[in-house]
Design a protein around this ligand. Structure first.
Ligand SMILES: NC(=O)c1ccc[n+]([C@@H]2O[C@H](COP(=O)([O-])OP(=O)(O)OC[C@H]3O[C@@H](n4cnc5c(N)ncnc54)[C@H](OP(=O)(O)O)[C@@H]3O)[C@@H](O)[C@H]2O)c1
Length: 228
């Protein structure tokens, strides 16, 4: 395969929302799911989010458990997987938590029209990959990530990046934790936003497993491809 193995991990409410109408992170899962996600992070080569998530939540995307970080080091890896932001216009704040916390490589994917001055500043803190004229070209980006030695890529949202990756056919598996709450709101982000598929284009999934975790369920899906 000329791209990494790609999986999306997200937590959503019982009504399929990733966060509130204010687009601010809410706690959807509990301690056990937090540990599951930390373990997934520790096992992957890279974690990717969209700039919308960085601007809303400012996540550090680090591995939280000291034992898991130590195990990565023992295996000759850096404490944290590579952390990637998909950010066409180079809007990533220079003081984002992703730069401040934890060791390991940071990658900012920008488009060729991103402002040169800001790109230069980001290059002092991260590897900057330029793809796409106005918007990051996701297929090209994942190809470049593979060339950098990234074989497994965990996508942690948000709604628009999930759509970009799924609609480009770049996702192999999806893990969704469905929590015991309703968020509601027509503008609240859902698991997949973007343009949406028409009936002839619907993406088919195969259910791999269902697991009850605390008061929610974890669904694991394999992406089968377009319906026709
Ligand atoms: N519950 C969870 O598991 C979870 C996880 C993550 C996030 N969230 C929530 O999700 C929300 C953020 O989601 P979001 O949809 O606003 O933002 P997002 O998906 O994090 O980022 C979307 C942005 O990525 C950039 N992008 C660049 N190239 C793209 C491409 N080819 N395809 C798609 N996107 C591309 C676009 O901005 P540019 O054009 O400027 O590059 C786009 O607006 C927040 O409320 C956050 O709390 C929840």
């Amino acid at each position: 395969m000329d791209r990494p193995f790609v999986f999306i991990n997200s937590a959503m409410s019982a009504d399929g929302k990733l966060s509130t109408k204010e687009r601010k992170q809410v706690r959807i899962s509990g301690k056990l799911d937090f540990e599951r996600v930390d373990e997934l992070r520790a096992r992957t080569d890279a974690i990717m989010v969209g700039i919308g998530t960085v601007l809303s939540d400012d996540p550090s995307l680090t591995v939280k458990s000291p034992e898991r970080r130590e195990a990565r080091k023992t295996a000759g890896k850096s404490e944290n997987p590579a952390r990637i932001i998909v950010d066409s216009s180079a809007r990533t704040p220079l003081d984002a938590d992703i730069f401040k916390k934890g060791e390991g490589i940071r990658i900012i994917a920008v488009s060729k029209s991103a402002p040169a001055e800001k790109v230069k500043k980001l290059e002092e803190k991260a590897v900057v990959i330029k793809t796409g004229a106005e918007k990051v070209d996701l297929p090209e980006l994942v190809g470049k990530l593979k060339e950098l030695g990234i074989n497994t890529l965990m996508v942690e949202g948000g709604a628009t990046l999930n759509w970009g990756m799924l609609s480009a056919g770049l996702v192999d598996e999806i893990y969704t934790f469905v929590g015991n709450l309703i968020i509601g709101g027509v503008t609240s982000p859902t698991f997949t936003d973007g343009e949406g598929f028409s009936e002839a284009e619907l993406l088919r999934l195969e259910l791999s497993s269902v697991e009850k975790i605390e008061d929610g369920i974890l669904l694991k899906w394999k992406v089968k491809g377009k319906r026709n």
